[in-house]
Design a protein around this ligand. Structure first.
Ligand code: GTP
Ligand code: MG
Length: 169
């Protein structure tokens, strides 16, 4: 039974649901009106998967522009990054591409990248087609899933997929 510490950070525009994804994953809770994150917040969660134990050390960064310059402190040294966009906000999907470029240029060379299209419960308000995001993720070799922190769809699966893709230590 192996045991791994996995440093992971969440990136993405303000309001896309980064903190909500973390809260769903760590505490299985959801809040309708969550405070925007200040600076960053840190949480841990341990999962058991395929005879291994993964202790996720999760840095939930603040999406507001004024905190932009802090991001490298959190993605440096991360084994994985979850870049979140909101399926009801096209601009938040464009921002994903900016984060991918930044990680490719300045992030750890073997970082596992996952792209999460959150708020997939809001189908009527959708602006980003699942297929477009899926194709983009495939092109850059990223994990992709649509998630809902509200309904819990694909939240545990997202972290499982990351654990499975981590390079051997
Ligand atoms: P910053 O901390 O400012 O970077 O934002 P954030 O990305 O952490 O977003 P946050 O988790 O605070 O969520 C923003 C708002 O979206 C909150 O009011 C949440 O309740 C709502 N929200 C988050 N995830 C979902 C979801 O899956 N579905 C729906 N319908 N609403 C969501
Ligand atoms: Mg937040």
């Amino acid at each position: 039974m192996s045991m791994r510490d996995v440093k992971i950070c969440l990136l993405g525009e303000s309001g896309v649901g980064k903190s909500s994804i973390v809260m769903r994953f760590v505490a299985d809770k959801f809040k309708n009106a969550l405070e925007s994150t200040i600076g960053a917040s840190f949480m841990t969660k341990t999962i058991f998967l395929d005879d291994s134990t993964y202790k996720f050390q999760i840095w939930d960064t603040a999406g507001q522009e004024k905190y932009r310059a802090l991001a490298p402190m959190y993605y440096r040294g991360s084994a994985a990054a979850i870049i979140v966009y909101d399926v009801t906000r096209e601009t938040s999907f464009h921002a994903v591409k900016g984060w991918v470029h930044e990680l490719q240029r300045h992030g750890p060379s073997k970082i596992v990248i996952a792209i999460a299209g959150n708020k997939c419960d809001l189908e009527d308000l959708r602006e980003v087609r699942e297929k477009d995001a899926q194709e983009y993720a495939r092109d850059i070799g990223a994990i992709f899933c649509e998630t809902s922190a509200m309904t819990a769809v694909n939240i545990a699966e997202l972290f499982d997929a990351i654990a499975r893709l981590l390079p051997p230590e």
